[in-house]
Design a protein around this ligand. Structure first.
Ligand SMILES: [Zn+2]
Length: 466
């Protein structure tokens, strides 16, 4: 008998973690960070709800930290066995973990200075760069489609989830006394309209299915409308002469935007002199995308072949990398004709803040938001139409045009989730919905029941036997 316990992503979309125990082995599927307000994030410092010494393997579906960000903490607490993922995920995770460790070390140092002055005890970071270095030595990459034995009675196989580079749907085969049970975790399923990546692979059978439900209650705005609007903004900005700022997340959205700008360039519609990617992390992630173009969708690879070498680099030949601080500061002197992509995506850190300071007060500048802006972030304040903005210790008048392009998404919409799940043949798997807010899961559960599916919504620490 095998037992699956839900230790995360049951009350929301983050902190993914599942424990699978069989007669002979114990594996952890996903080891994600809880992301949200400070009260919710305090849960990351809690002890793991299982005995780390008994874990034989960890399996990660993709590099987003809400699925993988607590692994270095697991390692810091003594985990020494393999961690399985796809090859692109392992490269992206190295970038993301190192960034997270240096931020945490810096923030902890800052906090401890204050605490010492207040006569309080020091706190420790969730994990350090040393923990990350050890975690990286445990990584074991597996190609898509290869069935691999990971313990005496468990095999896994990664299928393309099309969500970010390297993202996978995880098939887990449990062999006990001559019978095989198949367990499928959807991971985060990609938006089949999104650029560069393939559509989520269809799976036809399973005994148990865990499916994400982030967009279980809605469909996306059609991507064509969003892209037309994007083109219009870029053209207007070229005519009015101002710079275009695009706050963007380093992994995924940035590379999509580069691809769409490349498409405009190839059509002769990109009049700006240069596109600056001003983020060391986004540059590193773009290089990983460049190295793994073999997993892009056939359609987008055909588009890339319109350019000289058929690569992401030559598709947008006026793309410039700003790696150093000096190169970033030099961009402040550009009055017009530049497109600057910089992090962070919600403007609560990173180099974008400096570019906002130098451009927001100019009437001909444009700021284009291409991702979700959470309540309370500077990005959200700008999207909500504030006229004066406090930034880096200065008051800035907002005269630039602020645009919100709501149609980009790395997640499958409700219709896409339904179409993916209906690839499963009868007998249908036992279905559990995870990774969604309460309403999204309820709406999806009802939709599924209209189509003959019975979905369960598990609670935290609930177990199922199979
Ligand atoms: Zn994700």
């Amino acid at each position: 008998m095998a037992r699956l316990t839900f230790y995360g992503a049951t009350d929301g979309v983050t902190g993914s973690c599942y424990l699978l125990q069989t007669n002979q082995s114990t594996i952890v599927l996903e080891c994600g960070l809880v992301q949200g307000n400070s009260e919710e994030e305090a849960r990351n410092t809690e002890e793991f709800p299982f005995n780390i010494q008994q874990i034989d393997a960890v399996v990660l579906s993709h590099a987003h930290l809400d699925h993988s960000g607590r692994l270095p903490k697991l390692v810091a607490e003594g985990y020494k066995s393999p961690v399985y993922m796809t090859f692109p995920s392992s490269e992206l995770l190295e970038i993301l973990y190192k960034d997270a460790a240096s931020l945490q070390e810096r923030d902890t140092e800052w906090e401890n200075k204050k605490r010492r002055r207040a006569g309080k005890k020091d706190i420790v970071p969730l994990f350090t760069m040393t923990d990350v270095e050890v975690a990286l030595t445990l990584f074991d990459g597996i190609p898509y489609g290869k069935r691999q034995q990971i313990t005496d009675d468990i095999e896994i196989c990664f299928r393309d989830a099309g969500h970010i580079l390297g993202s996978a749907i995880v098939e887990i085969f449990v062999n006990e006394e001559g019978t095989e049970k198949k367990f499928v975790f959807s991971g985060d399923l990609g938006n089949s309209c999104a650029a560069l990546l393939r559509d989520p692979e269809s799976i036809e059978n399973a005994d148990i299915l865990l499916m994400e439900s982030t967009y279980g209650d809605r469909d996306h705005r059609p991507l064509d409308e969003t892209l037309n609007e994007f083109e219009k903004i870029i053209t207007e900005a070229a005519e009015s002469g101002g710079n275009v700022l695009i706050p963007s997340f380093a992994v995924g959205r940035t590379q999509e935007i580069i691809f769409y700008l490349g498409k405009l360039y190839q059509k002769g519609k990109l009049k700006q002199q240069a596109v600056y990617l001003d983020s060391p992390m986004a540059i590193a992630a773009t290089e990983v995308y460049h190295r793994f173009q073999n997993v892009f969708s056939e359609e987008d690879r055909a588009s890339l072949r319109q350019s000289k070498s058929g690569s992401l680099h030559t598709f947008l030949p006026n793309l410039r990398y700003s790696r150093t601080t000096d190169e970033s500061i030099a961009l402040n002197r550009i009055e017009s004709g530049a497109i600057i992509i910089a992090g962070s995506g919600m403007c609560n850190g990173g180099r974008i803040r400096h570019h906002l300071k130098h451009n927001l007060w100019k009437r001909n500048a444009h700021v284009v938001f291409v991702g979700y802006q959470a309540v309370g972030t500077p990005g959200r304040v700008l999207v909500d139409g504030v006229k004066n903005f406090r930034l880096l210790g200065e008051d800035i008048a907002v005269k630039a045009s602020i645009h919100t392009l709501g149609g980009f998404s790395a997640h499958a919409s409700q219709s896409q989730l339904l179409s993916w799940i209906n690839n499963f043949k009868k007998p249908r798997p036992r279905l559990f919905l995870v990774h969604g807010e309460g309403n999204a899961k309820e709406v999806l559960k009802n939709k599924l029941s209209q189509q003959g599916w019975t979905a369960k919504i598990p609670g935290y620490a609930e177990s199922i036997d199979f």
